[in-house]
Ligand binder design. Sequence first.
Ligand code: PEP
Ligand code: MN
Length: 360
Amino acid sequence: MENSKQMRTWLDDMKLDHPLVIAGPCSAETEEQVLKIAHQLKDTDVNYYRAGIWKPRTRPGMFEGVGALGLKWLQKVKAETGMKTCTEVANAAHVKLALEHDVDLLWIGARSTVSPFIMQEIADALGETDKIVLVKNPVNPDLALWLGGIERLKTAGVKNLGAIHRGFSTYEKTKYRNIPEWQLAIEFQNRFPDLPLINDPSHITGNREMIFDVCQTALDLNFDGLMIETHFDPENAWSDAAQQVTPEKLVQIMRDLKIRKESDPEAEYNSDLSNLRAQIDVVDTQLIEMLGKRMKISDGIGALKKQKNVAVLQSNRWNQILGAMILEGESKGLSEEFVLKMFKAIHQESINHQEKVINS
Ligand code: PEP
Ligand code: MN
């Protein structure tokens, strides 16, 4: 397949028989909380224990993390449970402290990836580290910023890289906290096919009820792992309470997910097929979104025509659109017959929308 991995990476070296799992609370709150969750996750599929200690909060006055003190708690986690640990770093001082305290995996948050200055500062501080470093996508849907962040770390000499897809913020209200824009993650995979790519359903959904479905889509799209915020008392978490799951729920999610292995030809066929189907689902959702947008514009035109008392059907304009779209369709391998049929249906729906506005 186009995005099958060629080069061996830190993830291949782990020889896992399931996707990589990073889990733990959004924030380290107290030593007891950090240790309790770690003990609950110790004998599960979790590979890395996460806890944010420096928390980038959108508004001041919210809990901004326990700071460097939390690094001692993560060291205790490692000593008591043997789990590898990870946390977010957002500047050179964080990097220095995290490396000094032997954190195994560092991730760069979405609010840092947007800033080339910060990314460069972090890259310089990391230098030729052997630690695993994962770059979250920037908050805005800008692939170049994400790629640029990876390139800065590569150039600085970071050896064990990967990326985290955590969705993108949008002005429009959606069912997600951060819309997945899966096509951007697919594009990212095409640009860096050998880089492990982890999905973060917690920050995409903002809602624990939707986490399973996003995990399944991610696995169907060949993601290499999942980062899932986990807390023994999600409702009372000090940050991101709505999106955290309990350790029990995490285990259940991992058990229920269809994880496709690529070991035998039949499994490979099924995995390729579900990957392509997941890509089709992404495009179909976009088609519906675009059609919805088009109809909203039609409503606007309807309102204008109503003001001026103009007829809904303007044949000249319609013929122009059809001619242009048949040509455009040809260049994309679409038959004239199909383009005509599709635009007739779109046009009819558009007229219905305008009629509704004019007669309202
Ligand atoms: C987090 O992982 O807790 C976090 C702050 O994530 P993001 O950078 O994706 O918002
Ligand atoms: Mn969080």
